[in-house]
Design a protein around this ligand. Structure first.
Ligand code: BG6
Length: 507
């Protein structure tokens, strides 16, 4: 049985997976991401003993605050009360100032030197950029100019950045230029928190720690692949941000394409970060970007949610959300049919789908297998039988199911869908939160779960033509009611191939 209580939980912490001496500097320390994700993750890491006394915490932001106020903010942002966390936050330092003001970086340099002296952090730094994305470039450039990005005397200096990595391929290149004016590619850790989800990592174990799956992992056996990232939530109070982003940039360009590439890539020659990232980028290169308008219109669907739900639980439409233009044509739903053109996958369609305000919170990767060549034993009694499938549930209820047909007991020969299920609940160990994993990896310096610059560029190349087409498309965006599975066009995308989405009220 999985242990549920936070304090009694058992996280399998490899003794090597403990931060080396280091100052963790959070830019955007007074912001929402820091409070919601980073501080709770740090508190848990402190609780597991992953942050030894030679780790220090420094916050940087524009809001004026004292060191003590920042320490207090850290403690208030988490529900736990671990002694090491209290110690870490009591010693936390805070630097306030403009992100492009050289004086901010001068003060930061002094604080860092004091941390080295006081905590033995040995010149090692990890800069976590938890600010709005437009500040990533200016912060990196300023760190470079202040001489704070270059490691000294065998120390390490790393920069951790969150998506979005640009807005399209060109702006991603500009961001890259800014980041690399200060940091080498090895120093840059680009987060995709989906890669840190336990079940996403389990894709590697499933494929490469077993021998029974890999032989069927190809076009001979697989009929189609479906990736769904469905959310029940709307945009909430992030309307302003979402208006400039949309589902394609928010989820498809990063999370969906990352999961897809791990699921379909060739076996890496080793489990080293570079070997895995090489295979992922090869797979992304094999996805042929949709090119002409006709092809895009046929293979990419967008949608936007309208008011919906039930009388008791009526949900606002996207255009009525705070911060959203009442005439907005930003997409909150995307479905695409992609093709991977390589020896293993040519001819196997990959259907991907993501949306807000869908009927269920569900992220899964499924492989549907080819149907048997004929059903001689029971003609007419297996109609409507879904294809055999291997389903990896990333969330919720993390696990794996193999779906197949089985005979229903009785005199008649009737076949019905059956399922063999594995659930992560069967482990005693609890999965660490994705942010715990990425923060600790960044502190340790393991880049496996971070995205390399060439992957970013390649992903934009897949989504950019579709975004350009939609921006120029004069037709109104297709709509779907909140709590439904997207616009009817999304069904048409797959039913015209004689297939259906795995979760859909209409299939
Ligand atoms: C983020 C997106 O990257 O992922 C959000 O910006 C989205 O819009 C979130 O809600 C989903 O993450 P998770 O871990 O809740 O599936």
């Amino acid at each position: 049985m999985a242990v549920r209580s936070r304090h009694a939980q058992h996280v399998d912490l490899d003794p090597d997976r403990r931060s080396p001496p280091c100052v963790l500097v959070i830019f955007g320390a007074s912001g929402d991401l820091t409070a919601r994700k980073l501080l709770p993750a740090l508190e848990r890491l402190a609780g597991y003993g992953a942050l030894p006394p030679e780790v220090a915490l420094v916050g940087v932001a524009r809001t004026p605050m004292s060191d003590a106020d920042f320490g207090e903010l850290c403690r208030r942002s988490v529900s736990g009360d671990d002694p090491r966390w209290r110690e870490l936050t009591a010693a936390a330092r805070y630097v306030h100032g403009g992100y492009d003001d050289p004086a901010t970086y001068q003060r930061l340099a002094e604080v860092l030197a004091e941390c080295d002296e006081r905590h033995g952090t040995a010149g090692n730094r990890v800069y976590y950029l938890a600010t709005p994305p437009r500040l990533f470039g200016p912060i990196a450039v300023s760190l470079g100019k202040a001489g704070l990005s270059a490691p000294t005397d065998g120390a390490f200096v790393r920069a951790v950045v969150e998506k979005p990595f640009g807005w399209d391929e060109d702006s991603a290149r500009d961001l890259y230029a800014d980041l690399s004016s200060a940091f080498t590619e090895e120093q840059i850790f680009r987060i995709d928190h989906y890669l840190a989800k336990e079940t996403v990592q389990n894709l590697l174990a499933l494929r490469f720690a077993n021998s029974i799956f890999e032989p069927i992992w190809n076009r001979t056996w697989v009929d189609n692949v479906q990736i769904t990232v469905a959310e029940t939530l709307g945009v909430g109070d992030r309307g302003g941000f979402y208006e400039t982003t949309g589902a394609m940039r928010d989820i498809v360009q990063n999370h969906v394409l990352q999961v897809l590439s791990l699921f379909l890539m060739e076996p890496p020659t080793s489990f080293h970060a570079e070997a895995i990232r090489d295979e992922k980028v090869k797979l992304l290169r094999a996805i042929r970007p949709l090119e002409d308008e006709e092809e895009i219109a046929a293979n990419a669907v967008r949608g936007q949610y309208t008011r919906g739900g039930t009388r008791e639980d009526l949900m606002a439409g996207y255009r009525d959300e705070p911060g959203v233009d009442p005439l907005s044509s930003t997409e909150t739903f995307v479905a695409m049919r992609l093709e991977v053109q390589n020896w293993r996958w040519t001819g196997v369609p990959v259907y991907v789908r993501t949306g807000k305000r869908l009927p269920a919170r569900l992220t899964e990767v499924a492989m549907e297998f080819r149907r048997p060549p004929q059903l001689p034993l029971f003609p007419g009694r297996a109609e409507g039988l879904e294809p055999d499938a291997l389903v990896v549930r990333v969330q919720p209820d993390e696990g794996l199911s193999l779906k197949f047909g089985a005979k229903v007991p009785g005199h008649a020969f009737r076949v019905q869908k059956a399922s063999m299920d594995f659930s992560y609940e069967s482990f005693d160990e609890q999965s660490p939160d994705a942010y715990e994993r990425v923060i600790l990896d960044a502190l340790i310096g393991d880049p496996t779960l971070f995205i390399r610059a060439d992957e970013v560029g390649r992903s934009w190349r897949i989504v950019d033509p579709v975004m350009r087409y939609w921006a120029a498309d004069p037709r109104p965006i297709p709509l779907y009611q909140a709590a439904t599975w997207g616009p009817p066009e999304a069904d048409a995308l797959i039913t015209r191939d004689g297939r259906g989405w795995r979760h859909s009220a209409r299939s």
